[in-house]
Design a binder for this molecule. Structure first.
Ligand code: SF4
Ligand code: SF4
Length: 402
């Protein structure tokens, strides 16, 4: 294990833990699996013990310990069975930035060869295909061909004011492709001059970060920056909160960047979108990377409340306390069963509201919640906020809006 995988702040914060256990009380993985070893408090105490007993001066006091492969593997299992939802960080009274620490810890695990095999798959897919699913990157915008009234340019232009960065999940998963379809329709209705990057869009790098491959994101970042520059765009918009957060935190500040909830809210406020009445009661699920991760709770609620006839009822756990859907942190790839168990608690929270539909603002949340609801025959409609707005676009024939 290498101390260089951690910032000075992270090393200092490791000692700030009081062992209060609040991070365990709120952790969706601990609650779903009934396993305290998935908690922040366990992970942190183990990490501290290992760090202090490795080599050098501290080892004289704490005793040098040979880390067996088996020991590291067991520890690594707990490190990667986490959705990176950030609830632990939100709850920690000592102010430890636990989510950042978990990312550094994953990188540390990769450097000492104690990581799930799926990590290699993510690295290979991104290096060879530039998307996390090893699909042909030329097909990134193929979903446009399934739209009934797509323009001849297929939403790919040489120059535009705005770039819509779709993200890997929305580009390739049929269940999520309805989101970019809805968003381009909204942008058209508001008269926005935008373009997709098509095959020039590469993965934003977020799956690398979550897989402990932070030191291999540079090529992806450089490529995407150049692709946006080549279109002469000043603004980049994202329907994926993880892409948005990635650009906020790891890309150079060269463009104005917006999550769609922020961009669409501005379109509504400036009167560029005319909406019809929808008689619907919905609840809203805050995606972890948009809410706790990026601090955006207001814009999605303003969008929902601005649609005539839509009533918003809040979940018991909302905003900072929102429960994770189970789909983050690459958990679905590492432990699909745990991911589904976490989704169960989320769906139970949703059903308590009595809402007709749950609206969210993330393609991965839509996939996770829809999959759980379908498999378990739970009667709840799951939709992205772009789909809700699409339904309300004035003069739209409701029969084709899904
Ligand atoms: S990030 Fe979420 S899943 Fe991971 S330890 Fe913290 S609360 Fe648990
Ligand atoms: S909430 Fe913070 S201080 Fe309390 S046990 Fe967890 S990491 Fe330690």
């Amino acid at each position: 294990m290498a101390q260089t995988d951690y910032s000075i702040m992270e090393i200092l914060q490791m000692d700030a833990c009081t062992g209060c256990g609040l991070c365990a009380d709120v952790c969706p993985a601990v609650l779903a699996a009934g396993d305290g070893r998935l908690s922040g408090v366990y992970r942190l105490s183990e990490l501290r013990r290992i760090m202090r007993s490795r080599t050098g001066f501290l080892a004289i006091f704490f005793g040098s310990q040979t880390l067996t492969e088996e020991h590291l593997k067991l520890f690594s299992d707990t490190v990667f069975r986490c959705t990176l939802c950030g609830r632990c960080q939100q709850a920690c009274p000592s102010g430890i930035l636990l989510k950042n620490l978990w990312l550094s810890l994953r990188q540390d695990m990769v450097h000492c060869h104690a990581y799930p095999k799926k990590v290699d798959m993510i690295a290979e897919n991104l290096a060879e295909s530039h998307n996390v699913f090893d699909e042909d990157n030329k097909e990134r915008a193929e979903w446009v061909e399934d739209m009934p009234a797509a323009p001849d340019h297929g939403y790919i232009k040489d120059q535009a004011d705005v770039v819509y960065f779709t993200g890997c999940v929305s580009a390739y998963f049929p269940m999520a492709q309805t989101i970019p379809m809805a968003l381009v329709e909204i942008l058209d209705a508001a008269g926005v001059n935008f373009t997709l990057l098509g095959e020039d869009e590469w993965c934003c790098g977020f799956p690398m970060l979550g897989a402990g491959l932070r030191d291999r994101m540079e090529d992806l970042i450089d490529h995407n920056i150049k692709a946006v520059q080549a279109r002469g765009a000043q603004k980049v918009i994202f329907s994926c909160p993880s892409c948005y957060q990635m650009w906020q935190e790891h890309y150079p500040r060269e463009f104005e960047i917006y999550h769609v909830t922020q961009f669409v809210n501005e379109l509504m406020v400036s009167g560029k979108l005319l909406l019809d009445d929808l008689s619907l009661t919905v609840t809203y699920h805050d995606p972890c990377d948009l809410g706790r991760g990026s601090g955006e709770y207001k814009a999605p609620r303003q969008v929902i409340r601005s649609i005539p006839g839509v009533k918003l009822v809040e979940l018991a756990h909302n905003r900072e306390n929102c429960l994770c859907c189970g789909g983050g942190g690459n958990l679905e790839m590492i432990d699909a069963e745990l991911s589904a168990d976490i989704a169960r608690a989320k769906i139970d929270d949703i059903l308590q509201t009595g809402a007709h539909a749950v609206v969210t603002a993330c393609q991965q949340c839509v996939r996770t919640m829809t999959t759980y609801a379908r498999r378990n025959k739970v009667s709840i409609e799951v939709m992205d906020i772009t789909q809700l707005v699409q339904k309300a676009i004035a003069g739209k024939d409701r029969s084709d809006s899904g």
